[in-house]
Design a protein. Structure first.
Length: 373
């Protein structure tokens, strides 16, 4: 069983009467890569600053390794932070930037040399010890900031949107390198980001936040496939929201419902009542799409439509290379998005604007939420 490194119990944080965090309870385990995910202003950076010691809790408890750290300053905590702007000393070279904390702690010269060399090796900066930050690329500056943070062997490394200033290609590369570094070091990483792809690519668990509260905690797969409410569903990827109403219960977790004017069978772990309005959530890749004329002419397509036969018309196509998105307007007037794979053997996309189509999905692929959520 993994040891708890960070624990927050009923934590609130207020600034001049404004509550930035409300009733935050969270445990972070040894060696875990955890991401705090949410839009700007949701409280994720405030939560990171509390753990780092740059802010104090208004209410509640914050424990590191089981001990309260109330009034313990950042430099006295076994926690280091990599800031969004890297905060490197411009007048110092790479070696001196990385060695700064060790020198402040009055470590022996031999230990400093060995520790800095090891840190630079881990972040792939060997040979750049004498360069100033101004002579480095953005990705290299970020590596220096990470090396400076890990050279002290912290229990927890906090990362405040460290990749936001990088271009898309370098950002993807650094995501892989950060995850590999975390596995190599075996220490706890806590990342703040507003980028769902970034959080999912690196994290063991993700904490989705809104308005200073935690909405859901879970693995990337659990949060993507089983969102607890519409906010989480919409924040962590494209989602289609269909409206329906429960008509009858046919088994302990199976219901029949009228969804966008069509009767379908649904599965739900949540208790639902007859006549209850519901949302039916489906990712674009969950739909199965066929031309209406093909369905009429073939009996081999019935397995694609175990769930529903929602009629619609193709409005627009968005090409993405290996896949393309098909925007469909249903007979009910609702617009949905369907992801299709591109057939490289064909010169043209299978669907085109104006096509009459039918959508379906397999029972159990949907997420059902009560309408009030």
């Amino acid at each position: 069983m993994n040891t708890t490194v960070v624990e927050l119990i009923g934590v609130d944080k207020e600034y001049g009467g404004h509550r930035a965090l409300t009733d935050i309870s969270l445990t972070i385990t040894d060696g875990e890569f955890l991401s705090l995910l949410g839009p700007s202003g949701c409280g994720k950076t405030t939560l990171l600053r509390l753990i780092g010691g740059f802010e104090e809790c208004t209410r509640g408890k914050l424990l590191l390794d089981g001990r309260s750290v109330a009034q313990v300053p950042p430099e006295k905590r076994a926690v280091n932070t990599v800031f969004q702007n890297y905060a490197l000393f411009p007048h110092m070279n790479v070696f001196d930037n990385v060695a700064f904390g060790l020198r402040m702690a009055k470590k022996p010269a031999d230990e400093i040399n060995h520790s800095v060399a090891r840190a630079l090796e881990l972040v792939q900066l060997v040979g750049m010890e004498r360069r100033r930050p101004s002579a480095l690329s953005g990705g290299q500056q970020q590596r220096v900031a990470i090396a400076r943070a890990i050279v002290n062997k912290p229990r927890v490394l906090l990362l405040d949107e460290p990749l936001s200033a990088l271009d898309h290609r370098l950002r993807k590369q650094m995501q892989k390198e950060l995850k590999q570094l975390q596995r190599t070091l075996g220490i706890t990483f806590v990342l703040v980001t507003h980028d769902q792809d970034e959080a999912f690519a690196m994290s063991d668990r993700v904490v989705v936040m809104q308005n200073g509260r935690i909405e859901q905690i879970g693995s990337p797969m659990a949060i993507y496939e089983e969102p607890v409410n519409l906010y989480v569903a919409r924040f962590v990827g494209d989602i289609n929201v269909l409206d329906g109403v429960i008509r009858e219960q046919t088994a302990p977790s199976t219901f029949r419902a009228l969804v966008e004017g069509v009767t379908v069978s649904l599965r739900s772990k949540r208790p639902l009542e007859l006549g209850q309005p519901i949302h039916v959530l489906l990712r674009p890749e969950d739909f199965r799409l066929e031309l209406e004329k093909d369905i009429a002419e073939s009996k081999d397509l019935s397995d694609k439509f175990q769930q529903a036969r929602l009629k619609g018309t193709v409005r627009r196509i968005f090409y993405h290379g290996a896949t393309y998105d098909v925007e469909v307007t249903l007979e009910s007037g609702r617009r949905v998005q369907v992801t299709e794979f591109f057939d490289e053997d064909s010169e043209n996309l299978y669907f085109k604007p104006g096509d009459a189509v039918i959508l379906g999905w397999h029972e159990g692929w949907e997420v059902v939420l009560p309408h009030e959520q």
